[in-house]
Design a protein around this ligand. Sequence first.
Ligand code: AMP
Ligand code: TRP
Length: 336
Amino acid sequence: MTVPTKKTRVFSGIQPSGALHIGNYLGAIQQWVAGQGQKTNFICVVDLHAITVPQEPAALRQQTRELTALLIACGIDPQQTTLFVQSHVRAHAECCWILNCVTPLGWLERMTQYKQKAQKQESVLVGLLDYPILQAADILLYDTDEVPIGEDQKQHVELTRDIAQRFNYQFGETFVVPKPVIRESGARIMGLNDPTAKMSKSDTVRGHAIRITDGPDEIKYAIKRAVTDAHSQISFSSDPERAGVNNLLQIYQLFTGKTRPEIEAHFAGKGYGALKGDLMDVITESLRPIRERYQHLLADPAELDRLLAIGAEQARAVAEPKCREVLERVGFLRPS
Ligand code: AMP
Ligand code: TRP
């Protein structure tokens, strides 16, 4: 008799703050959708992380539903993936506290995302520094094997590994040590107006990003103005001077699923006008069904809340026993 092998556990999270762009879609969400079925997937809308910078309560509530609708519209199937909201599972905050008490402060102060975000704040909240430990709690509570993310989150997953190893060393084997999974192409989609900077939710300049919910006019506006270069050949390249064209080609590749040689052959002898025209069509047609599904889902908030309640229940069934194990490991008395 063959012993059934445990399915690979996948966990990832996304913040309900700001509109999602094609960088989020191509760098993260597409991978999550592709892994459904073969792996056990957990996707978490991380509202506890969102409040590490000030949020308006009504807007946060709305954005949490919007993000849920958008993830489903992008292909996350609540039947196949446990899709849930972080604050619905108390174990995340509880486990974060325990991990706070095994992690040296210096490990957090080194985090580049913290340093970048802190610079932009007038007053830095303690939660912003603690952010990566909450992320570690998210991941470790589910015995996660793989964390599919964009390049910018790699340091946080490495910190998670360090925390897991330290805890296991101090208190005995408790946590699975997860590994980051980063797509080779699409790990870093760059700003269309500035291909030296990552496409980012927080940059709201028109033409910087294409949001997943953008219609044809916005897509056209951004692609028309996208930075290119003075060369004329359309080819993939790691030359920093050609970062703009390379970024457009990567976006084209990820939306069409074609190989690099196929794409280069398709554009051989053509100019940037042709690349931009084709790209506009490809993005518009890829996003259209997502936008339509999104509008439809958002019109029924009660149904979204129902799906999230099911997700939370499934998540709790995994996270709560794990959290109990952690509490016992550190020596807390079991409540009787
Ligand atoms: P965030 O926008 O920071 O909430 O990120 C959500 C997910 O999208 C994370 O896995 C990020 O690594 C990924 N991501 C964000 N921006 C980009 C980008 N410009 N290119 C590729 N992936 C990205
Ligand atoms: N920090 C991640 C981001 O900004 C979001 C996140 C929170 C996450 N918890 C996670 C990602 C756990 C992967 C796993 O994108």
